[in-house]
Design a binder for this molecule. Sequence first.
Ligand code: BT5
Length: 239
Amino acid sequence: MNLITLETVDSTNIYAKNNLKDLEDKSVIHALRQTSGRGRLTRSWVDLGEGNLFLSFVLKPSDTFSSVYSNLTQYLSVVLCKVIEEYGISTQIKWPNDVLVDGKKIAGILSETVMQGNSFKGLVLGVGVNLNAKKEDIDSIPDKIATALNLETGKSIDMYDFLNTLTERFFENYNQFLEQGFEFIKSDYISRASFLDTEICVKGFKNTATGIAKTVNNAGELVLENNGKEIVLTIGDIL
Ligand code: BT5
């Protein structure tokens, strides 16, 4: 693993994408501060100050895209849960990849695929984790109830310890995950899935689907049941 630490950057994902060609496979771009952290679609990721984690994994597993790469966000969400649990805190996953503590968002993941024409150049898998935040700053995050690891444990968190454990655990099983796909993490994922067996609303690009969340299938897709009909969702936000 090649770790690059930057003082301040607009977004570690943007940095990784702009420099992708010069970055080797399994590079990790880490920033102490982020001025324009990005979420999915047009959303942003709030920088809650130094001591919080902002990083992007640069992955170049092959020259062609494989569907299992879409599940890497779910793989990372399970790895994150396990690292947070090492601090004695229980976690939940909200499909597809939000990591929650007591229903509050503690981490977010953003995966971006880099293509040049039709050719696949690599993936940038970004993650932000709230490790050391003030309660008043957490409460000012728009649209979401959030938390941070220091607020949950009552202790300040060593960001470098967390970073080292996270990157080590991520690469420990990375190759096996790529070979076996979502099934490799399915039981770890399902055991933390807080949305199963409840009625949920999922907003996709065009439509909103409603139903009882039955399971997450072997491809990592969310299976809803509505009036006896099965709806299989590949992408979306649980409202
Ligand atoms: C995400 O998007 O959760 C993906 C966030 C990825 C951030 C990392 S940081 C390193 C790398 N570089 C980047 O530029 N990005 C990645 P999404 O599911 O769209 O959720 C975004 C929503 O989460 C926002 O609209 C807020 O409601 C909420 N949010 C923003 N900042 C937050 C924070 N610090 N803690 C908890 N929730 C937050």
